[in-house]
Design a protein around this ligand. Structure first.
Ligand code: 5GP
Length: 204
């Protein structure tokens, strides 16, 4: 795996405002969003190739066989996976790639790409998460209960992450995520080659 661009992973319980956060950082140059493959049905307004590549279970499992995923996981009864080819070609162009994936996926990415930067997004509280999930009206009550249980499980992994954003104010959270992406670009291991070249011109 190339280390020219950075892999930034964000995970958050659903309803934590991660999607708005991800949209908010879209204005940063040289940052691409990974579009996952999933076997779940599109929600209204979602388009193939924009939010996800919506594929059948047969197609998904064939991609697993061909080792086309950097990671994949079974979440809420459906498969979700990150395309290895997309991530590699983005990094090879020198761009950063942002993965919006669950905790299981994030931890798998960290084992494969140790320099990946993992960001965990918290809702301000359990009550706020519950209200947001109900308010967005996307899911049935049983599904909301299931998502809350899964949220509690996901939160138990936050200690494995490099950064934490507590999403109380979306503008502040967007600024924090942008800062994380930008500071990842300034890491010595990322800038070393250019810094060495400049240092060389000083005879150092
Ligand atoms: P949703 O169906 O609400 O869009 O996403 C459900 C969950 O699946 C979210 O936690 C989301 O981050 C996660 N997810 C989306 N794409 C991927 C992926 O490619 N890999 C993994 N491991 N999780 C994903």
């Amino acid at each position: 795996m190339s280390s020219r661009g950075n892999v930034i992973v964000i995970s958050a319980p659903s309803g934590s405002g991660k999607t708005s956060l991800a949209r908010g950082v879209a204005t940063l140059p040289d940052l691409k969003f990974s579009i996952s493959h999933t076997t779940r049905e599109p929600r209204s307004g979602e388009r193939h190739g924009t939010e996800y590549f919506f594929v059948s279970e047969t197609e998904f499992l064939a991609m697993v066989q061909r080792q086309e995923f950097l990671e994949y996981a079974h979440v809420y009864g459906h498969y979700y996976g990150t395309s290895r080819g997309f991530v590699e070609s983005t990094l090879n162009r020198g761009w950063d790639v942002l993965l919006d994936i669950d905790v299981q996926g994030a931890l798998k990415v960290k084992t494969q790409v140790p320099d990946a930067v993992l960001v965990f997004v918290f809702p301000p509280s359990m009550q706020v998460l519950q209200e947001r999930l109900r308010g967005r009206g996307l899911d049935d009550p049983e599904i909301i209960d299931k998502r809350l249980k899964i949220a509690a499980d996901e939160i138990s992994f936050f200690r494995e992450y490099d950064y934490v954003i507590i999403n109380e104010d979306i503008e502040k959270s967007i600024l924090e995520l942008k800062s994380i992406v930008l500071s990842a670009r300034c890491r010595l291991k990322v800038r070393k080659q250019r810094a060495e070249e400049i240092a060389g011109t000083f005879g150092k």
